[in-house]
Design a protein. Structure first.
Length: 184
């Protein structure tokens, strides 16, 4: 939510059954697997008024919200409560790991398949430098066991990605740097 007290601006809630923003309730059950790690993604553009959710590399749902709820410039989105609200669901356990928050939909993911529609597991990568023709990242393997069978996916500012991944080559070395050679 935007307001640190949770009173004004965007306040988003995602349960296993539904998602709530302001007066909008979107009924879409999250297909999480009990007793396993589940990768949940939330993409929200408060200025355009839309939300997109994915679970385990598959889009779950998307829906519109009222952009006038956004308090532009007053607060940044903050995280106040992640996981289960302690006053309900007493018999559940939740563990959180690899939390990644950014103010853009641009991102890099490491996937376990050569095309995005085949990916069943992916890991967020932390960009170190990003320009129009080069991205440098701190490689995070996470749960992807074989890096030689892993692929990079780059998401643009609209959240769209390349359909075919860029293969990693763990044995590849950088070509030697250009040397100055002077012949008399």
């Amino acid at each position: 939510w935007e307001d640190p007290r949770g009173k004004e601006g965007i306040r988003f809630s995602w349960t296993q059954m539904h998602q709530t923003v302001g007066s909008v309730v979107n009924w879409s059950t999250a297909p999480v697997n009990g007793g396993e790690w589940n990768h949940l993604e939330l993409e929200m553009d408060t200025q355009k008024g839309w939300v997109r959710l994915s679970v385990n590399a598959r889009e779950l749902t998307s829906f519109s919200i009222d952009p006038s709820l956004d308090y532009r410039g007053k607060w940044s989105p903050t995280v106040a409560l992640m996981g289960l609200n302690g006053k309900v669901g007493r018999l559940q356990e939740s563990y959180l790991d690899d939390i990644y928050i950014d103010n853009t939909l641009q991102r890099v993911m490491l996937g376990n398949a050569p095309t995005i529609d085949q990916v069943t597991l992916y890991e967020n990568q932390r960009p170190v430098k990003w320009s129009d023709n080069q991205i440098e990242l701190k490689l995070y393997q996470g749960a992807i066991e074989n890096l030689d069978a892993a692929y990079l996916y780059v998401f643009d500012s609209s959240g769209l990605t390349n359909s075919e991944g860029y293969p990693l080559c763990m044995e590849c070395k950088l070509p030697p740097e250009k040397i100055e050679l002077i012949v008399d």
